[in-house]
Write a new protein. Sequence first.
Length: 65
Amino acid sequence: MSMALVGLLAGMALAFAGYFGGFGAFLLVAALGAVGFVAGRFLDGDLEAGDLFRGRGRERDERRR
């Protein structure tokens, strides 16, 4: 499945949620979609758990020393 088709389906799901359920449903669908995307990337092996919890400032602090 191409990324364009996935984007189309996600956009349509958000549009239906926004139209029929209001703004709260739109936010809920968007948030759950983001969680599903991260879980899918993790299960595919494209993302490691440490990538989510590691701070970006660690390298900056080491350069100052």
